[in-house]
Design a protein. Structure first.
Ligand SMILES: Cc1cc2nc3c(=O)[nH]c(=O)nc-3n(C[C@H](O)[C@H](O)[C@H](O)COP(=O)(O)OP(=O)(O)OC[C@H]3O[C@@H](n4cnc5c(N)ncnc54)[C@H](O)[C@@H]3O)c2cc1C
Length: 507
């Protein structure tokens, strides 16, 4: 069998673009097929009147020069000329009793904040802060520098050595969801607040500590200009490397001959042959639609039909003619009574604004967003009917009532309202149930994340998988790393030395 020369890549999300860039750097001729008319997939933003509503990055792992993952983003052309905006706090949680927990990324400030709120919980505050301090030294890239299947005994020895100081905290905090950790606090407000301090109560404490640690190191910033501009930088890097992208090109089938992937067929019946295929699209769609479920073993079937949690979300975006930059950029309000929104009860609501990035709204105005867990089936059942639109308006209205309590008069300043449901996420990115990160990061999926999921399919040659469905928990950083890993596997199969390069400051 000769060496591969051509690669077809399904999906121009971050994983597909990264795979394309690294494949071009290694001398392959690549062609990306993307169903949408823009790059980025979930890493996106949309413009409505004066406002840009960002739909993705809150924190970018790898945003700090010299820090883990930074060099990968530099190779992908995403860092050049792009300021990173760092926050000193992840979010604030406002209780009903008037108390607030500010989740500082600085472990000293976090410890002082929690201890001041409840001196009786000072020991736990210290333990939590100590966990954050410990993870400031944790280099996550050790798990993604090479795909597991390419690791030699020497690599494993090195990995073991680098992981050793973190093994105990990884076990202790990796398997404990924030909800369970919070239950140990004596103070009733902290029991509620700590459960939500990293976003969702099932988030493993270790992942939350890691996030604060990276923020503290200046390695989890927000890319100025937002998520779509960030994705466009990868697209430009890919094109500059000689890659080719077809937009509005949805792949219907991966073509297979004698258990070897040989090309793709699009919905418009065009056929494109290639030596190798990388699917950086939705995992379930790849396995069960593009390949008709022919290369799925019991483990994969269980993953895609089992009960692992997904992250189906709604995003309600508001363009308001009001300057919010003096307000905390992210507040989670604990509610006095659960609020029924789109068929689901919520005991808290998180409201964010983007006034820290002046490029997302005109001076004196602000883009605000609310992200809510929402059931895919609820929206799917009414999609295409007038009820779908009225229900969206009703949700926005309910949330405005709540926001109005904290920003009196803001209703009169709303200039634009935009609602995205799990069905919108599914339509624009093809992700199963509109999931925004593949499988949600919980202690169960954390185990999968550490073990790693296979990047190839049993019995099928020349097909590689990349993206959030092979890196449980997702994130743009792990999506990009998985695109890089897919190319490393292809190079290894071809006996090529994997190479990478960094573009000059101006692309
Ligand atoms: C609201 C929100 C907040 C987030 N916050 C963060 C954050 O703060 N930090 C962070 O790192 N990550 C965050 N994420 C997660 C991150 O965006 C994703 O995990 C990551 O972008 C996934 O990239 P991907 O390339 O694997 O998949 P996708 O982005 O889903 O890309 C897949 C691409 O394949 C295309 N496609 C699908 N099917 C086909 C087909 N049949 N033919 C052709 N093309 C197809 C899709 O259109 C899409 O462009 C967030 C996501 C959301 C939605």
């Amino acid at each position: 069998m000769g060496k591969s020369e051509t690669i077809a890549i399904i999906g121009a999300g971050i994983a597909g673009l990264a795979a394309g860039c690294y494949a071009q750097m290694n001398g392959y001729e690549t062609h990306i097929f993307e169903l949408h008319d823009i790059p980025g997939g979930l890493c996106t933003a949309w413009e409505r009147k004066d406002y840009i509503f960002d739909g993705c990055i809150h924190y970018l792992f790898g945003s700090g020069p010299g820090q883990p993952f930074y060099s990968m983003w530099e190779e992908l052309g995403a860092m050049q000329n792009r300021p990173m905006l760092n926050h000193d706090q992840l979010l604030q949680i406002w209780g009903q009793d008037g108390r607030t927990l500010t989740v500082y990324s600085d472990p000293d400030r976090l410890e002082a904040e929690i201890s001041a709120l409840s001196p009786a919980d000072a020991r736990l505050a210290r333990e939590l802060a100590e966990g954050v301090r410990r993870f400031t030294a944790f280099d996550m890239t050790v798990m993604y520098t090479k795909p597991r299947s390419l690791m030699q005994p020497f690599d494993y020895a090195q990995l073991g050595q680098q992981m050793l100081p973190f093994v105990l905290p990884l076990i202790k905090f990796g398997m404990t969801p924030a909800r369970r950790y919070a239950a140990r606090f004596q103070d009733p407000f902290l029991r509620e607040a700590v459960a939500r301090m990293f976003g969702w109560p099932e988030m493993p404490m270790m992942a939350g500590m890691q996030l604060l640690a990276y923020m503290h190191n200046g390695n989890a910033g927000f890319p100025a200009g937002g998520s779509l501009a960030f994705a466009r930088a990868l697209e430009q890097r890919y094109l500059a490397l000689g890659g080719r992208i077809s937009y509005k090109a949805q792949v219907e089938q991966i073509l297979v001959e004698h258990d070897r992937a040989v090309g793709v067929r699009l919905y418009n019946d065009e056929v494109h042959h290639a030596d190798v295929i990388i699917s950086a699209a939705d995992g379930r769609g790849t396995l069960f639609h593009m390949l008709d479920g022919r290369y799925v073993n019991a483990r994969l079937r269980k993953l895609y039909t089992g009960d692992l949690p997904l992250q189906s979300m709604m995003q309600i975006s508001l363009g308001v003619n009001r300057d919010l930059h003096d307000h905390p950029h992210w507040i989670t309000y604990l509610l006095a009574a659960p609020m029924l929104i789109a068929g689901r009860e919520h005991s808290d609501i998180s409201v964010q604004h983007y006034s820290f990035d002046p490029s997302l709204a005109p001076a004196g105005k602000s883009a605000m967003t609310v992200l809510l867990k929402s059931d895919y089936d609820y929206w799917q059942r009414i999609y295409g009917r007038r009820l779908y639109d009225t229900e969206q308006l009703q949700v926005a209205d309910q949330l405005l009532d709540l926001i109005e309590q904290h920003h009196p008069g803001i209703r009169g300043h709303v200039e634009v309202t935009d609602v995205a449901t799990p069905v919108s996420f599914e339509r624009y990115t093809g992700n199963w149930q509109g999931s925004t990160c593949g499988w949600l990061l919980t202690p169960r999926t954390m185990r999968l994340m550490i073990e790693g999921l296979p990047k190839t399919l049993p019995g099928l040659r020349n097909l590689y998988l990349a993206g959030q469905w092979v890196e449980p928990g997702g994130s743009v950083t792990l999506a990009a790393a998985s695109g890089r890993n897919a190319v490393q596997l292809i190079c290894a199969a071809d006996g090529r030395h994997f190479a990478s390069s960094t573009p000059a400051l101006h692309l």
